[in-house]
Write a protein that binds this ligand. Structure first.
Ligand SMILES: Nc1ncnc2c1ncn2[C@@H]1O[C@H](COP(=O)(O)OP(=O)(O)OP(=O)(O)O)[C@@H](O)[C@H]1O
Length: 268
């Protein structure tokens, strides 16, 4: 049984706009998935239905085989954590420590366990040096890690990151890569919405391409990225390694720059 099963979900906003149309996919524990697509494709609306922030108008989302219809949004937050695109939609406590602790107190996690989880999440995200700071005295890129730390501390099975790479420097991107590895190693499923195709090529085994409210492709990253027609239809730019390999006529689909360099050395 898959950890998450999304079955034919659709969603219409109150103004009647259909934002997601009959979308289905499943997620296994330990999977690392990027959801990509142009602005307005329906990515955020789709992932919000995974944790109950938005309820499907039709279809269903099952977590560990159980329909999310039975759960309140608060109950869902224990299973599926969501890091908003804009951290300022999420942060409201006076210190980083209290911000990470907030959800744990709500979940009535005992004090000792709370402290252990806060320490772990803060160390993983590099927030350990900011614990007594007011989040709003920190730059946006760091505030994003404060919200990531809160979700890590909540220890959900599924963690959704909406545009985590936006505004991050190389250090932030490397930290995100490490987090992906560590969290999937712990059996967490990571679902990331991003417009950063280079980051996807380097970090995700599977991509879901959304286009005009529907899923256009769902498969191994190297296979999908080499399908120029799909990438063009979704208005997505292929990462540099794919464009170079294609121009060179390399038959093997690789996203590995070292492998591409070796091919060039041996063949050109
Ligand atoms: N509250 C709302 N009311 C009406 N329409 C909305 C609302 N929120 C989003 N939409 C519309 O739904 C569509 C899908 O939005 P969504 O945010 O899911 O797309 P997205 O793929 O995540 O885009 P982006 O990459 O820009 O975040 C867009 O056309 C958007 O304008």
């Amino acid at each position: 049984m898959a950890l998450v099963e999304v079955k034919n979900i659709s969603f219409k906003y109150p103004n009647g706009y259909l934002a997601v149309d009959d979308v289905s996919f499943s997620i296994e524990a330990g999977e690392n998935i990027a959801i990509i697509g142009q602005n307005g494709a329906g990515k955020t609306t789709t992932v919000k239905m995974l944790n109950g922030l938005t309820r499907p108008c039709s279809g269903d989302v099952l977590i560990n085989g159980e329909s999310t219809k039975k759960y309140t949004t608060a109950q869902m937050a224990r299973r599926v954590g969501y890091v908003f695109q804009n951290p300022d939609d999420q942060i409201f406590n006076a210190t980083v420590y209290k911000e990470i602790e907030y959800g744990l107190k709500k979940m009535k996690v005992p004090e000792e366990e709370r402290e252990r989880r806060i320490k772990d999440a803060a160390e993983l995200t590099g927030m350990d040096k900011y614990l007594e700071e007011n989040p709003y005295d920190l730059p946006l890129s760091i505030r994003k890690f404060v919200t990531i730390a809160s979700v890590i501390a909540s220890d959900c099975d599924v963690m959704i990151f909406d545009e985590p790479t936006a505004g991050q420097d190389l250090d932030g991107l490397e930290r995100l890569s490490q987090l992906n590895c560590i969290l999937t190693g712990r059996g967490k499923a990571i679902v990331t919405i991003t417009h950063d195709m280079e980051f996807v090529a380097d970090n995700y085994n599977r991509v879901i391409v959304m286009c005009q409210k529907k899923i256009l492709a769902d498969g191994k990253t190297e296979e999908v990225f080499f399908e120029k027609e799909i990438m063009d239809r979704a208005m997505l730019k292929q990462p540099a390694v794919v464009r170079i390999a294609t121009k060179l006529g390399m038959t093997k689909h690789t996203l590995d720059v070292k492998e591409l360099a070796q091919y060039i050395r041996e063949n050109i």
